[in-house]
Design a protein around this ligand. Sequence first.
Ligand code: SF4
Length: 377
Amino acid sequence: MAGIYIHVPFCYSRCSYCDFYKTTNQQFKDEYIKALCKEIKLYQSFLQKEKIETLYFGGGTPSTLTISELKEIIDLINQFTPVNSIKELTLEVNPDDINDKYISDLVHLGVNRLSMGIQSFFDEHLRKMNRRHNSRQALQAIEIAKKNGIDNMSIDLIYGLPYMSFEEWNTNVQLAIESNVQHISAYHLTFEKGTLYYDYLKKGKLVEVPEESSVQQFDYLRDELTKAGFDHYEISNFSLPGFESQHNSNYWTGEKYLGLGPSAHSFDGSNRRWNVRDVKRYIDNIEKNECFYETEELSSIDRYNELIMLGLRTQKGFKLSLIESFSETIRQFFARELKKQQEQAKVIIIDGFCRVSADSKMITDRIISDFFFVEDD
Ligand code: SF4
């Protein structure tokens, strides 16, 4: 079982918090499609050999691509693996790119899941984040998608915004529930180097919200979504039963995936590969048949840390027996840490799976870092 991720690096504007690889320069789009198609052909044996279950267009903004550009990419993939047997075909979209025709054409291409960047239903927040859409467009886009055959939709929200009150966050959560989507991802704002908000933070124009506020917002989100029937299946992800993101779940359970496009990451079971984070270099290097990626073989410590990092973020946790495959030193370290964390009721074991307890979800990152194995110098 494997997945394909395609990174579409184009955006019409830069959101103030975003550190995904993107460019607002659209002039390379044609060459990007050409290079991407060449990259797909380079991996035809992987595509022919593996059972591909998910295809995910992420970005950037994949909805900057026209239907014919998407069709060219999907048709090419279809030459190597039958696209109609892919279970989940997701496209990330921005609300202001949505109209009836675009959605019905996407459905016709085989897209059966949308992931929409809503972030907030307050125009003032959206302006401050430099989002292109407004609240009305967001609500309309959800309706247009539903009306045109999308019955598996995820929306993204951001909490921990310095200028968002608790009441406003509650409204965002309630509107998300009322929009009747099947999946909600909620991320805490982080100040990443290279973003406008990072500069604002450094200059004192923005301050991080106090931890109590973050906890209060997260608790409200979790409680309300749970009441509304959503499963909290990963730290940032909630879905109605049966609507978990299959593509992302495969990342968390260590399945293989092929990442295509600038900055995309791949994993073949033992090696990681990541493409250059620059669309021009990606295009040039592919065109000249030069290397456009770096690789690393995962050490056993890397694999252990990854198991911890990905597994503890999920609701189910990771299979305890997987720890048996590591060295005695790692196993002993894990056993000591597990005992400590269990005594503090931060992690629990259920049906052979190790997971973060419900009350400790908000400090998952801290628990993960306690479990990390770091070799002495
Ligand atoms: S959040 Fe999305 S739309 Fe905004 S800059 Fe980042 S990738 Fe582009």
